[in-house]
Design a protein around this ligand. Sequence first.
Ligand SMILES: Cc1cc2nc3c(=O)[nH]c(=O)nc-3n(C[C@H](O)[C@H](O)[C@H](O)COP(=O)(O)O)c2cc1C
Length: 330
Amino acid sequence: MTAAEVLAAFAPAAGLAPACPAWDGRLSGKLLMAPMAGVSDAAYRLMARAGGAALAYSEMVSCAGLHYGEKSWELVDPDPAEPEIAVQLFGSKPELFRESAERVAARLGERLALLDINMACPVPKVTKKGEGSALLEDPALAAQIVAACREGAPGVAVTVKIRRGRYAGQEVAPEFARAMEAAGACAVAVHGRFATQMYHGEADWGVIDRVAGAVDVPVIASGDILSHEAALRALSETGASAVMVARGTYGNPWVFSGHEATVAEKIAAFECHVRLLEATGAHLKRARSLAGWYFKGMPDAARWRNAAMSCVTAEEFLAVAAEVRAALGE
Ligand SMILES: Cc1cc2nc3c(=O)[nH]c(=O)nc-3n(C[C@H](O)[C@H](O)[C@H](O)COP(=O)(O)O)c2cc1C
C-alpha cells in the first residue's frame, strides 16, 4: 500500500483526515509541526498533517551530509502523499548552504514550502563545529548563511530557527533576529530557551514578543506548546504569527485540531502510523517509541509498551494493537 492509500483507508477511524490538505503559504494563525531529529520522518509528518498541522518540517539535515553522500537525501525527500514539506538545514559554511539550498529546491520544486536554517540546536556534537546554536554567537556568519540560501534558491522562502541565546542569561534573540531579517530571512522561529538549558526549565514566551517587536517578518513561537490550548494561548497572548509543536505531538496528532481522541482512536492512530512507517520504507523500530506515546495513560500501558519493545515487523506491532483493543473491549 502507498502512504496515500494508508491514510485514505485508516486515518478516518483515528479521527484524522484521509489526506493532507495543501499548505497555502501563509503563516498567520497556523499550527506547524516542528523539526525533530530522529522523529519527524515522512510517516510522522503525514500523521501530523492528517491531524491538522498546516505544515510539517523535516528533521535537521546536514549540508555537509548532502554534499558528500546520498544518505542525508532520504531525510529531504517527501513522501508522494505529502503535498509539500519544510526542509531544515544545518551547517556552518555559507558555500555548502548555497549548494544545498539550490539542490534541495531543484529536487523538491513546488513541494518545498520553505527552507529553514537551524540556529538552535544545543547538542555539543553540532555546536563544536560552529553549527546550530553556535551561530547565535556569530551573527555576521549567520547572515551570510541566510544570504547564501536566498542566492541558491531564489524564490524560496528562507526562514531561521533560533533560541533566546546560547548561554543562560545572555539573550541575543531580538537583535540577532533583526540581523537575519536584514539578510533576507522571511520568518523567524524562536524557541524560548537558552541553548545551555537544552530542554530544561520553562520556555520564556516573553522573548517571542521581544523578537516580534524587533522585526517586521512573522515570528513562529516554539517551546512548551504541549497542547492545543497552549497553542491557542501562544497565538493570542504573544506576538507570534504562528506556533510550532514538537514534543506535544508525541502520540497526539490531534494536538493540531484540538480533537479529543477516544481510546479506540488512539489505537487506530497507532495502527495507521505503523502502516505509514511501512509504506514510507522507514525502520519499523521507530514504532517502539510510538507505542509508548500512543498507549500512554491507557490501562496496562506499561504492559503494551513492553510488548512493543520486542516487535520487529509491522504485523507484530499491529498484533499488539489488536491485543490492546481486545483487552480494553474497544
Ligand atoms: C527529539 C527532538 C528532536 C529535535 N530536533 C530538532 C531539529 O532537528 N531541529 C530543530 O530546529 N529543533 C529540534 N528540536 C527542538 C524542537 O523543534 C522545539 O523547538 C523544542 O522541542 C521546543 O518545543 P516543545 O516544547 O514543543 O518540544 C527537537 C526537539 C526534540 C524533543
